[in-house]
Design a protein around this ligand. Structure first.
Ligand SMILES: *[C@@H]1O[C@H](CO)[C@@H](O)[C@H](O)[C@H]1NC(C)=O
Length: 443
């Protein structure tokens, strides 16, 4: 009552002072209320602090806002598994991810990809992995030609199509993506000559037309029980929680089949060395496997992890770079989608490169072990730049969409229908993934 009277009679200097005093008290009262009553604190903070991890729900609608790129900052804990980042977020968070796409767009700018260029690939001579022709139309995935395959040589083709499909369905603006038709060449080495999407390529003329796509392990590789990519990352995080860098075994670890000369050289140059836990594995020998096999997560217990090419690229690379450890490799000729983010020198160094024949491995390991503080900073950079950025599931989904955009920009416009204008040229992925073929008899 007193206040109301004062307000009405406001005008005199004394009344104004009283009003200010009242407002200040009110402010103090509200501040005290928030401080002592946790339920009145900001809701998201309350969620983050007090709920068990499994129940975290952080609304992401804001991160799908195309205009949010300027103020939004990627947080790997919150956004690392967001398959639907906006175009602007993808560009600003992973600026080095699209190098190979930009290269290909520049390469094809004066020589657009025509429909008949794809047909040439489909009729080529391919051993077990006949290329599959697919199409994206208004953001939907279709399989146009399965090459007549009945046996899909394991799961990798479906892992690839599934991860592409995931990158589409998670993206609210998928209908605005450009239409395109393309060949997925899902062998260890992509089909040569023709424009195809492949897991890897070398910078040689035979792969001049290969567009890099994410490898199937970014989805799941169940055959060797590697499992889903997110499953591997989770298992590794667990090891990392138990084993900070300083507590890791100060040795170089590597396991793999000694398939090729490069691997034999690694084995030779680490034989009988104090710093080495390097072993060739024979996948056919059960006893050997049981004794010497290490899970990918167990690799994270070591300060140093060896990485070497396989018949082409080695899928192990993207997994072990999720460890907070130092990756030691030779020059990796077979490229992968994220490799522009690997840095071998300077303050941002996040990996160590030795001679191609591994002859300086011993000297390199001695240098690294002489100063594990310096080694840790390489591992720190790898954690920040690779595990928590370029190797996140979010980055993989961004890559797929940028690949679609880049490829479509230098490629023909595909037809949705046959010449009759009513028969779909492709089978929607939803059906293909169930029946695993593009033609079947209805009943
Ligand atoms: C080890 O490396 C760190 C970081 O590069 C450096 O500051 C330090 O001086 C080095 N210590 C020795 C003994 O060389």
């Amino acid at each position: 009552m007193l206040l109301a009277t004062n307000l009405r009679a406001s005008g005199s200097w004394c009344d104004k002072r009283l009003l200010l005093l009242f407002l200040f008290s009110l402010f103090l009262f509200i501040a005290a209320l928030f401080t002592f009553n946790p339920s009145l604190r900001q809701l998201p903070r309350h969620f983050i602090d007090d709920r068990p991890a499994a129940h975290h729900f952080i609304p992401t609608s804001a991160s799908n806002d195309l205009t949010a790129g300027e103020s939004w900052i990627f947080d790997s804990t919150k956004d690392g598994q967001n398959y639907g980042l906006s175009d602007v977020q993808c560009s600003s968070t992973f600026p080095k991810l699209y190098t190979s796409i930009d290269e290909m767009v520049a390469r094809h700018a004066s020589k657009l990809i025509r429909a008949k260029d794809l047909d040439a690939t489909m009729t080529g001579d391919h051993a077990v992995t006949i290329p599959v022709k697919a199409m994206i139309f208004e953001g939907e995935l279709f399989v146009v030609d399965d090459g007549g395959m009945t046996d899909f040589y394991g799961t990798r083709l479906f892992a690839t199509l599934d991860s592409l499909h995931r990158a589409l369905i998670a993206f609210p603006d998928r209908a605005q993506l450009p239409n395109c038709e393309f060949i997925i060449s899902w062998g260890d080495k992509p089909a040569r000559g023709a424009p195809v999407w492949g897991y890897t390529k070398k910078d040689t003329s035979e792969y001049y037309n290969t567009w890099l796509m994410p490898d199937f392990g970014f989805f799941s590789w169940p055959e060797p029980k590697t499992g889903a990519y997110t499953e591997v990352r989770r298992a590794m995080k667990k090891v990392e929680t138990d084993t900070p860098f300083e507590a890791k075994i100060p040795k170089l670890v590597w396991r793999g089949a000694p398939l090729i000369e490069d691997r034999v050289k690694l084995l030779e140059n680490s034989q009988d060395k104090d710093w080495a836990n390097v072993r060739g594995i024979n996948w056919e020998d059960k006893e050997d496997l049981e004794k010497n096999h290490l899970t990918l997560a167990e690799h994270c217990r070591y300060m140093f992890i060896g990485h070497v090419s396989g018949l082409s690229w080695s899928g192990q690379g993207k997994y072990v770079r999720n460890c907070h450890s130092v990756i030691v490799s030779h020059t990796l000729e077979w490229r992968e989608i994220y490799d522009s983010a690997i840095v071998y020198s300077g303050p941002e160094q996040n990996a160590v490169r030795v001679a191609d024949d591994w002859s300086d491995l011993d000297a390199t390991m001695k240098t690294l072990l002489a100063n594990t503080t310096a080694a840790k900073s390489i591992a720190d950079n790898a954690k920040d730049m690779l595990r928590d950025r370029y190797l996140t599931p979010a980055a993989e989904a961004c890559y797929w969409r940028k690949l679609i955009q880049g490829y479509a920009s230098v490629s023909f416009d595909p037809e949705l229908y046959e010449a009759d204008k009513q028969t779909l040229r492709g089978v929607p992925y939803e059906s293909f993934t169930l029946l695993r073929k593009v033609r079947w008899d209805a009943y």
